[in-house]
Design a protein around this ligand. Structure first.
Ligand code: PGA
Length: 256
């Protein structure tokens, strides 16, 4: 039985003051039982890396809320000005790192090979990657969605072996649904999630069955329940709606 997970990707938003009030607000809701049962849903907050220590310090002992980063270097240390290593993320208490987000692929030219190198570094250092995959609008219209997603998965399997998926979370995020208000229907999302699981399962059945696959792209409290009800959707990677404590808590409740 796979545990559900909801991760909040704050992207490049907010200030330390806003981070503080968002975390306080969410923790209050969680303690009142309004963010679902923490035994059934794992919650991950992914603020800007600058705010990670502060966010971490605000989480009460035993809250079960984990902290993640939004990116990391594929290099371990050294002369890489401006980069942040996975060891540094671990040092400040991060358990997860989002890798291969479509914004990084599109705006910062991260190729499949670069994403795979980052995933390898994360796994070798013991931090769990949340690997993002997904197709553009054009690719969906051309009918090549699964081909694109499988190419992105294969880059990881080729470099790190299929076992990498036993140490990772996958987030299916159709690019056309990110920040647009357009959400994949539960049927569209489930079809791709099932395809991802079967691609991994055909190479390692145990790893495929255990893999947590999150859906991301304009998830809100109002559509979360129908998405999370699908067999192969194990939770969500939430952008805009994770910046509102009440909305994010309601999404966590829908998953738990
Ligand atoms: P969104 O973003 O929920 O604002 O669409 C999701 C993401 O980019 O991870």
């Amino acid at each position: 039985m796979r545990k559900a997970m909801v991760a909040g990707n704050w992207k490049m938003n907010g200030s330390s003051k806003e981070a503080l009030s968002l975390v306080r607000g969410f923790v209050e809701l969680q303690q009142a039982g309004d963010a679902g049962d923490s035994n059934k849903v794992g919650v991950v907050l992914c603020p800007s890396e600058l705010y990670i220590p502060q966010v971490k310090s605000l989480l009460p002992e035993g809250s079960g809320i984990a902290v993640g980063a939004q990116n990391a270097s594929d290099k371990l240390s050294g002369a890489h000005t401006g980069e942040v290593s996975v060891e540094m993320l671990l040092d400040v208490g991060c358990e997860y790192v989002i890798l291969g987000h479509s914004e990084r692929r599109a705006l910062y030219a991260e190729s499949d090979a670069v994403v795979a190198a980052k995933v390898r570094q994360a796994i070798e250092s013991g931090i769990t990657p949340i690997l993002c995959v997904g197709e553009s609008q054009q690719e969906r219209e051309a009918g090549v969605t699964m081909g694109v997603v499988e190419r992105q998965l294969a880059a990881i399997a080729d470099l790190c072996g299929i076992e990498a998926f036993g140490k990772s979370v996958v987030a299916y995020e159709p690019v056309w649904a990110i920040g647009t208000g357009l959400t994949a229907t539960p049927e569209q999302a489930q079809a791709v999630h099932a395809g991802i699981r079967s691609w991994v399962s055909s190479r390692d059945a145990v790893v495929g069955q255990g893999l947590q696959i999150l859906y991301g792209g304009s998830v809100k409290a109002s559509n979360a329940e129908s998405l999370f009800a699908c067999e192969d959707i194990d939770g969500g990677l939430i952008g805009g709606a994770s910046l509102d404590a009440g909305e994010f808590a309601a999404i966590c409740r829908a998953a738990g």
